[in-house]
Design a protein around this ligand. Structure first.
Ligand SMILES: NC(=O)c1ccc[n+]([C@@H]2O[C@H](COP(=O)([O-])OP(=O)(O)OC[C@H]3O[C@@H](n4cnc5c(N)ncnc54)[C@H](O)[C@@H]3O)[C@@H](O)[C@H]2O)c1
Length: 323
């Protein structure tokens, strides 16, 4: 039986706890939160045996085979380093943090002991993303566009730039990651962000509510990802469009639409990528075979570098070039 501990008591802790508790040979045995009361309430709601108010207490009190780090962007760093120091594998939700300095240090420490890690870029595990990746290998690509157009998540930390890092780093990071996964590495980033509506509508908003980011891949392919959080709830569009010599591939979280000269084919998503990403991590813990993990910490770090570069570019007004 694999014994798992969770850090964080929010919406996504619930999601992972539900998936893990449905697996054979896996038990979520402990949770720690920002207070004992929150951890206890979470443990009670999810049927978890033990609750703690600090990671140190949880690690001293339990034998754990792995830990899930499910906290907002501003709360990363110390948890990862403590787990690395004790040699405990971890799954961590995206994004890796607010900057690149701390994640780079974590990445370097992980590489010294080949620790098993996995990062929650779950779209990589979707069958339609896999198909899009295969098709893009065979087709000369013109360009890509991506969009994450939605409303502002109502959790308090999200609207604060110093806590979430803003929409591109927090949400559109998924699109950057899918593009990297399908097309390769990025070497130039040029971003423009703006504050149009949301800061007038809600108290304490410091995140931009519109943004557009141009990306250049090492292969020469160019892309644009635009995002906004000004829309009302229930009105949103998220996806990637690939313009290729054979036609258009239009991906969204539910389907891949292939538009060619004489026919349009729609492939609906068949798997729950959150389940598949959890199975991949658990399989790696059981067997030592990390082959099913599609996003480990070192790879996710490269996505983090792009989203942080976008922040730098938006600040400076200049393109950001990687060496
Ligand atoms: N992969 C995905 O599709 C996806 C979807 C949603 C959220 N997420 C990510 O998961 C992370 C958590 O999001 P959420 O929706 O659960 O947020 P949430 O606001 O619902 O919950 C966050 C929880 O973390 C706790 N927390 C904050 N700082 C902490 C700290 N230092 N130590 C321990 N706990 C702390 C808060 O008390 C809260 O319980 C975010 O980084 C988010 O981007 C990923």
């Amino acid at each position: 039986m694999l014994r798992i501990g969770l850090i964080g008591t929010g919406g996504f802790s619930k999601m992972h706890a539900r998936i893990l508790s449905g697996m054979d040979d896996v038990q979520v045995v402990a949770v720690c939160g920002t207070s004992l009361a929150k951890a206890e309430a979470f443990a009670l709601a999810c049927g978890i045996g033990s609750s703690y108010e600090s990671l140190d207490d949880m690690l001293d009190g339990e034998r754990l085979d792995a830990v899930y780090i499910l906290v907002p962007p501003m709360s990363h760093g110390e948890y990862e380093m403590k787990l690395i120091a004790r040699g405990i594998p971890f799954f961590v939700e995206k994004p890796l943090g607010l900057n690149t300095e701390q994640p780079e240090q974590i990445r370097n420490e992980i590489s010294k002991q080949s620790l098993i890690t996995s990062v929650g870029y779950h779209f990589r595990y979707t069958d339609t993303v896999d198909l899009m990746k295969q098709l893009l290998k065979e087709r000369p690509i013109g360009m890509l566009t991506g969009k994450w157009m939605g409303s502002m998540p109502q959790v308090a930390w999200w609207r604060d730039q110093s806590k979430s890092g803003g929409q591109f780093l927090e949400q559109s990071t998924h699109l950057v990651d899918i593009m990297r996964y399908c097309v390769g590495e990025i070497d130039e980033v040029y971003a423009m962000y703006g504050h149009q509506v949301i800061h007038k509508q809600y108290e304490g908003v410091t995140v931009p509510d519109v943004g557009t980011v141009t990306l250049k891949f090492k292969s020469g392919v160019i892309a644009n990802i635009s995002n906004t959080c000004v829309l009302p709830d229930g009105v949103g569009k998220t996806g990637i469009t690939c313009y290729t010599q054979q036609g258009i591939l239009e991906w969204d979280p539910d389907r891949l639409t292939m538009i060619e000269a004489h026919e349009t084919t729609i492939r609906h998503k068949k798997v729950n990528p959150y389940v598949v990403e959890n199975e991949a991590f658990i399989y790696a813990l059981k067997t030592g075979d990390t082959g099913r993990i599609l996003s480990d910490y070192a790879d996710a770090f490269k996505t983090q570098q792009v989203t942080v570069a976008a922040l730098e570019s938006a600040k400076s007004g200049l393109p950001y070039r990687f060496n």
